[in-house]
Design a protein around this ligand. Sequence first.
Ligand code: GAF
Length: 395
Amino acid sequence: ASSNSGDPQLGVDDLVRQARQAFQHAFVGEEPQVAVCAPGRVNLIGEHTDYNQGFVLPMALPLVTVIVGSKSSDQNVSVITLTESVEEPRRVDFELPQEEAVSPGQPGWANYIKGVLHHYRAGPLPGFRAVVTSSVPLGGGLSSSASLEVATYTFLQQLCPDDGDKVAKIIACQQAEHTHAGVPCGIMDQFVSVLGKKGYALLIDCRSLESALVPLKDPNLVILIANSNVRHSLTGSEYPTRRKQCEEAASVLGKNSLREATLQDLESAKDQLEGVTFRRARHVIQETERTAQAAEALKCGDYREFGKLMIASHNSLRDDYEVSCKELDELVSAALEVEGVYGSRMTGGGFGGCTVTLLEADAVNKTIQHIKERYSGTPTFYITTPSEGAQVLNL
Ligand code: GAF
């Protein structure tokens, strides 16, 4: 089978065709019965606010993870990935435990699938054979892992239906990431991968877990993603540290989460907080506020205001939250030099990955050109539109 590590040119149909061929090749004489997909995401604003119960404003991408497969008559699971780096085996075979937990192991990519099997909300699950493929770049900050978790859950729903509760599905996928990938992530990525809608961004209140669709289909407006194609090793260790610092700040302020805190609360507790913790909390409190304002601006078509909020978000992530890096700063600065660009910022966890830029449709080509000239590395661009959340596909 051919390999494909996040080729953005591949549409859902191409991915299904590719996966189906690989399935027929690997499991001779069998046909896949089920096909599903789940998207990656880009976050427009509201960064590092989800685990503080704040607001986020992501949208689902046309980049998706596809799974095709079928139930087997025994408890054996066989999964082949076409997306992973070749250093790890592309095929995993294991028996579904009857009573005990599905534990993580090798290869690493299969842990997202095992995690979802472990947290799946109905059963007993049958064994199955499946092929996974994806157009979401791996580790690029566009939620390749959430898209794999949500695609897996959606696939299992076809084999062994649960009650269809979407928020419970989102939480199960988030749990999979916590226990089987070891990342204490918030809920944004899984949420938008399930509930994203074509033509809309999604304003998520990470405290109530309610969400509202915000239209984003103006033909004169473009959302441009620039992948820095770097990923600093800090990502793994710094994320849990940020989370802890936020919890510590909330506890000093006597709040359940930073969502409950105002800037005045923070100012009055300044003496009790270390400088770093103070700045982390300041980012979160202001970013939650900015995200609510940005959603309003978008509803009114006030892209200039939205852009200003994006720039403020980036500066705060760089200076107060310290999750940006030289490459992301370069990409943002370069974008902001072009006329017709409303705003630009790093998106996702940080320390590499992507930036997101909001701009006039007419300015796209010159912006890409300018960023290429200015950026010291080799960027990859995606001109994207808000897309649909997880779906069952026709085979
Ligand atoms: C990562 C996490 F998975 C999200 O939950 C979120 O915290 C994001 O970083 C930062 O906003 O993508």
